[in-house]
Design a protein around this ligand. Structure first.
Ligand code: FPP
Length: 259
């Protein structure tokens, strides 16, 4: 099956007002598995299926970038068997899916500090990023050993080094100086962040990049986040009034005389 004919875009969605970049915090895998009487890893396995489906909806519905928080810098604190399972899952999925994703013109980008991941996983990650670099169907960012504070610390260090070595003037440090050094320098900022399973926090995900994103929180656990749920999230997004700190209409000026 081709990514583009996987599913029709629901008619209720306005194609002109779709987010160009969707980010997801895939929460609730473990709780979902427990509720089904299954081990936590079964929740991650099912969650990975949901992520593949979501990528296909995004591609089919014309969304340019999908970013998924797969493993945070804090997730190393989980029990070793669960961490090992997740690392093996990432590696196995990449091996299984790389060729199909490439044929479907998906550009795969891993964001995070990849240097401490298992060597065999690092190898397949580099291979996947290299192979799909020129693809223009959709950008698929997978955050692995990612933490926003770690990312921003790394950027500060890179800027300081450029200043010290006279490659950059202190007065020339601007917002772009930072955005051009983030792991996400190859894509736009997320328009919509979705977090599943009832938690309402960012958990160190894309703190800089989410400054003006719309947030959508749902009680649904990630393993149950299907195309109906995604449809609901997109409808909610389309009903938001995005002002980016400005006003959409001219406000009466009379208030100026009253202060
Ligand atoms: C959070 O649920 C989920 C994770 C930490 C792992 C997410 C990873 C996947 C869905 C696999 C993705 C695969 C690829 C190839 C990117 P949780 O374990 O915190 O659930 P809980 O809050 O119910 O315990």
């Amino acid at each position: 099956m081709n990514l583009t004919d996987f599913i029709q875009r629901p008619a209720a969605l306005n194609p002109a007002r779709l987010p160009q970049h969707v980010a997801v915090i895939m929460d609730g895998n473990g709780r979902w598995a427990n509720s089904q009487g299954l081990p936590r890893i079964a929740g991650h396995r099912r969650g990975a299926q949901r992520l593949k489906e979501l990528l296909r909806y995004c591609k089919a519905w014309g969304i340019g970038t999908l970013s998924a928080y797969a493993f945070s810098t804090e997730n190393w604190g989980r029990p070793t068997p669960e961490v090992n399972f997740l690392m093996q899952l990432f590696e196995r999925l990449l091996q299984q899916e790389l060729e199909t994703l490439h044929q479907e013109k998906v550009r795969i980008c891993f964001i995070g500090d990849l240097s401490i991941l298992p060597k065999s996983l690092q190898r397949i990650i580099q291979q996947a990023m290299q192979k799909t670099l020129q693809n223009q169907g959709i950008i698929f960012n997978v955050a692995l050993n990612y933490g926003s504070r770690q990312e921003l610390t790394y950027v500060c260090r890179a800027i300081a080094a450029d200043v010290l070595q006279n490659r950059l003037e202190l007065d020339n440090i601007r917002e772009e100086t930072i955005t051009q050094r983030l792991y996400t320098q190859h894509c736009t900022e997320p328009d919509l962040l979705i977090r599943t399973s009832g938690e309402k926090r960012l958990s160190n995900f894309l703190l800089w990049q989410l400054a003006y994103s719309e947030m959508y929180f749902t009680q649904t656990p990630w393993p149950e986040f299907d195309h109906h749920e995604f449809h609901q999230a997109l409808l909610a997004y389309q009903n938001r009034d995005r002002r980016f700190g400005k006003l959409n209409q001219l406000a009466p000026l009379s208030i100026a005389t009253e202060v």
